[in-house]
Write a protein that binds this ligand. Structure first.
Ligand code: AMP
Ligand code: MG
Length: 267
């Protein structure tokens, strides 16, 4: 899955990243779903081990345009994990109290503790995406944030957090279809937000803002993956594969019991 990882210092041109790509799995959707089932089982076992070991912290950042699939990833990639060790933090427009603080204040308290996996549904990156596109603060202010964020994530990494960041890359046409489905299908209507159309009109501005984010903040300690996401099953497969491979790389062990259990007899 290394082909989707953004090498530090790359100039990203999203026009060259195909949201329909499926280079890593060419056997089609139904085989893809079978492969996914296996990855789900492996992730289940690895997350159990992460929790039992209680040493490492894993942070997963999800960013995307509206309808990009953040909710779908949370639903399907983490299908089998134990909720006791996994948390989701969703970041909406900041409250008055949040705005009274620095922009990382609300983020930091949701970062994972030992043995935990935390999924960020949107993140501190909104502070250089929506904030930049809508001029919510002056350029001199948001312009400093790339460096802040790299330093913040480096601190988290040096203190024991593994960070994986996924940009779910869909095309503008695909977004149109998905928004239309939200209008047409009664059980999807609750997700339709007229405001999303205003953001869609700013598509090109968002792409430029994402290109800067992906180019400036993909680091050795907190890499970005650009996930081709027009096909939901492929998107899930890519993310699951990166996660499973990363967790397997930890070579985790169940902790040894405190006492010698060989002699224990239960009457
Ligand atoms: P949703 O994730 O669809 O529920 O929408 C959440 C909304 O909150 C999106 O429109 C985001 O752009 C917005 N949002 C999240 N973080 C920020 C932020 N730091 N500043 C302004 N808007 C934000
Ligand atoms: Mg939304």
């Amino acid at each position: 899955m290394d082909i989707y990882r953004v090498k530090p210092g790359t100039q990203v041109d999203l026009g060259k990243w195909d949201p329909d790509d499926k280079a890593m799995f060419d056997k089609g959707k139904s085989e893809g779903e079978k492969a996914m089932e296996k990855l789900n089982r492996r992730l289940e076992a690895l997350q159990e081990l992460l929790f039992a070991e209680g040493k490492r912290k894993v942070l997963i950042v999800l960013q995307a345009m509206d309808t990009g699939g953040k909710d779908g990833v949370i639903r399907w990639v983490f299908d089998r994990v134990n909720p006791q060790g996994v948390k989701v933090a969703s970041f909406k427009a900041p409250t008055t109290e949040e705005l009274a603080h620095d922009y990382l204040w609300r983020i930091h308290k949701h970062t994972p503790g030992k043995g935990e996996m935390v999924i960020f549904n949107r993140s501190h990156y909104e502070d250089i995406l929506v904030v930049r596109v809508h001029n919510l603060v002056p350029p001199a202010v948001w312009g400093r944030r790339y460096a802040h964020i790299n330093d913040f994530e480096r601190m988290l990494a040096e203190e024991g957090t593994t960070i994986l960041k996924f940009f779910l890359h869909i095309s503008k046409d695909e977004q149109k279809e998905r928004l239309q489905a939200r209008l047409d299908e009664p059980e999807k209507r609750w997700k339709f937000n007229v405001g999303d159309l205003g953001e869609r009109a700013l598509w090109d501005d968002y792409m430029r803002a994402y290109e800067t984010v992906l180019g400036e903040t993909s680091t050795e300690w907190a890499p970005w993956y650009i996930v081709p996401s027009n096909r939901k099953w492929y998107r899930n497969l890519v993310i699951s594969d990166v996660l499973v491979e990363t967790l397997e790389g930890f070579k985790m062990q169940y902790p040894k019991p405190a006492d010698n259990l060989d002699e224990v007899v239960i009457e």
